[in-house]
Design a protein. Structure first.
Length: 202
């Protein structure tokens, strides 16, 4: 580790005397490269818009606009959507379904438990059973027919699996059972008088 740090330090300390032999490579910064830079910071580093702008200014001495970052993300989404439509989902044996929320609206999600590939991430106006059926129907057209589905026991997902994936076994996930038991534990703990000698970890 110290040897590595010394080498890096020497490289920067000798920068003023460098005749070009220490240059690792020259990087042509094009609009296309900037788009890749934005997407890498966003997805690989979980960067925010402001963080990406700061990185571009610090590393490249370049001011990226908010609009450029937003448009880059929109274009990437379009390309990803088209690519996702070409996937064959027939190899998925175990899937997990759940609902996320973005800006107060449900996003119906599905992943392959083996590869963690996200085969569904659909922005919807509700999470009713019929909406889930429509979402699963799109995945079925791409070959989705899992042996098992794990979900949280929500009414919409239960309805959709029973009608859209009739040959698939539905299991309730362990997480929500544990969460319910923890709620019960806290409830019972709060019922214990303060002068009681019984102690339960919370």
């Amino acid at each position: 580790m110290h040897k590595y740090e010394d080498n890096v330090s020497d490289m920067f300390n000798d920068g003023n005397k460098d005749n070009g032999s220490n240059v690792m490579y020259y990087l042509p910064v094009t609009p296309e490269w900037l788009a890749s830079f934005v997407l890498s910071l966003m997805f690989d580093c979980k960067g925010s818009f402001r963080g990406i702008q700061k990185a571009a200014h610090s590393l490249l001495d370049f001011n990226l606009t908010h609009d450029f970052i937003a448009e880059t993300c929109r274009e990437a989404k379009k390309k990803a959507t088209e690519l996702n439509k070409k996937y064959n989902l027939s190899s998925i044996a175990d899937a997990a379904l759940d609902e996320l929320f973005h800006l107060g609206k449900p996003v119906l999600g599905g992943i392959d438990l083996k590869s963690l590939y996200c085969f569904s991430l659909s922005n919807e106006g509700d999470r009713e059973g019929k909406t889930w059926v429509s979402t699963l129907e799109i995945a079925k057209q791409m070959g989705l027919n899992p042996e098992r589905v794990i979900a949280d026991g929500g009414a919409g997902i239960t309805y959709a699996v029973a009608r859209g994936l009739k040959d698939t076994k539905l299991y309730r996930d362990v997480f929500h059972n544990i969460m319910d038991m923890n709620k019960m534990r806290r409830f019972l703990y709060n019922k214990i008088p303060t002068e009681s000698s019984l102690k339960f970890p919370v």
